[in-house]
Design a protein around this ligand. Structure first.
Ligand code: B12
Length: 325
């Protein structure tokens, strides 16, 4: 019997070579590609997706885990694409970043996670016009089109694509949108069928669209059924309690502060000017590919200070802003 728990763990830890070997071993033992995909790879990736949603894992770890999953998928792909395997697909997803926009890290993550959830994906890349979406849809016949935009100047183009698909013969395709500046309000405004804030929510949304999951937001995760009632007794914090904290750097430019204790975790982004510096540096170095960019991220060593996570995160952010105005 293949050790699927080990395979799940290797996905989680991003051990691509081990995942590839374990996948080959499982096939050699006579297991079906579908079983290995769902019990070994998808099960591992779904834990990654959940932990990503709850900020237990961050973008670099998710990309590395996704790469490990892809190593296993590449072993299974020839078998999965064989006749009959298509019946087991969760659905068909066409993804692209809209015209004028070259950001693809988030889109790639969504594709990887959706692939891990069993969707067949066609990723048409970045800077895609409505005509390109239409041509790809004609050929691929998707159930869902997912559009990504990271710029406020390009997000408006999503409506152009949605309008382009609001015609007989194409209007059955569900239109999903996402990207940092996108919100549910914007999705409603431009007539999108749904919005996902992150890759895990995106997959929940896609599964809902194809009738394989509950409406997004309905399922309570990790047993948390409802927000904590405000009438609950307030937790008194020990005034001498400490919090740990770390700073996320892109090369030597800080971009985020995280602080936590046993009960709480707070993440604070630095003001836009820090992201601008990162962008400028990335462009100077030509680091436009997802992995090249993400590989520059690293967390500082853990440190500890007196105070709640909120207080410590705010204080450290203030210090960084003062040191590098
Ligand atoms: C990396 C980055 C770049 C890289 C992109 C590399 C690449 N291959 O993608 C480079 C250096 C090339 C770049 C260039 C530029 N960038 Co830039 N960039 C960023 C940065 C720092 C991170 C974006 C990122 O990858 N985030 C991580 C991923 C995982 O998150 P995500 O994309 O949001 O995706 C998640 C969700 O949104 C969701 N999702 C995403 N897509 C979809 C789709 C669907 C269907 C669903 C359901 C969900 C979903 O799931 C994803 C996974 O969880 C952001 C800052 C920021 N905080 O966002 C600026 C940022 C987006 N960039 C910005 C700018 C201004 C630019 C430039 C114009 C800079 C310049 N002066 O040239 C150019 C534009 C180039 C272009 N035409 O697109 C601005 C945009 C400001 C604005 N309001 O419009 C930002 C916000 C930085 C800032 N100034 O604050 N950038």
């Amino acid at each position: 019997m293949p050790d699927y728990a080990l395979m799940n763990q290797c996905i989680y830890e991003g051990k691509a070579k081990e995942v590839e070997q374990l996948t080959k071993d499982a096939l050699a033992e006579g297991r079906t590609a579908q079983e290995i995909l769902s019990d070994g790879l998808i099960a591992g990736m779904s834990v990654v997706g959940e932990d990503f949603k709850y900020n237990i894992l961050y973008v670099p770890e998710v990309l590395i885990a996704a790469r490990a999953m892809k190593a296993g998928m590449s072993v299974l792909k020839p078998l999965l694409s064989a006749k009959g395997a298509a019946d087991t697909s969760a659905g068909r997803l066409l993804m692209g970043t809209v015209r004028g926009d070259l950001h693809d890290i988030g889109k790639n993550l969504v594709c990887m996670m959706a692939e891990g959830a069993g969707f067949q994906i066609k990723d048409i890349g970045v800077d895609q016009s409505v005509e390109k979406f239409a041509a790809a849809a004609e050929e691929f016949k998707p159930d869902i089109i997912g559009m990504s935009a990271l710029l406020t100047t390009t997000m408006t183009y999503m409506k152009v694509v949605i309008d382009g698909f609001d015609v007989p013969g194409r209007d059955h395709i569900k239109m999903a949108i996402g990207g940092a500046p996108i919100s549910q309000m914007f999705a409603d405004e431009i007539g999108a069928d749904g919005y996902g804030a992150d890759a895990s929510s995106a997959v929940d949304l896609f599964l809902y669209f194809v009738g394989k999951g509950p409406p997004p937001g309905v399922t309570a995760k990790r047993g948390v059924a409802a927000p904590i009632e405000s009438s609950a007794a307030p937790v008194r914090r020990d005034p001498k309690a400490k919090s740990k904290f770390q700073i996320l750097y892109w090369q030597d430019i800080p971009s985020q502060v995280k602080a936590w204790d046993d009960f709480d975790e707070v993440k604070l982004d630095l003001p836009h000017r820090f992201a601008d510096r990162i962008d400028a540096q990335a462009q100077r170095l030509g680091l436009a590919q997802g992995d090249d960019y993400v590989n520059q991220l690293r967390w500082s060593d853990e440190a500890e200070r007196l105070g709640s996570p909120g207080e410590i995160a705010a204080a450290v952010r203030q210090e960084i802003e003062t040191a590098a105005p």
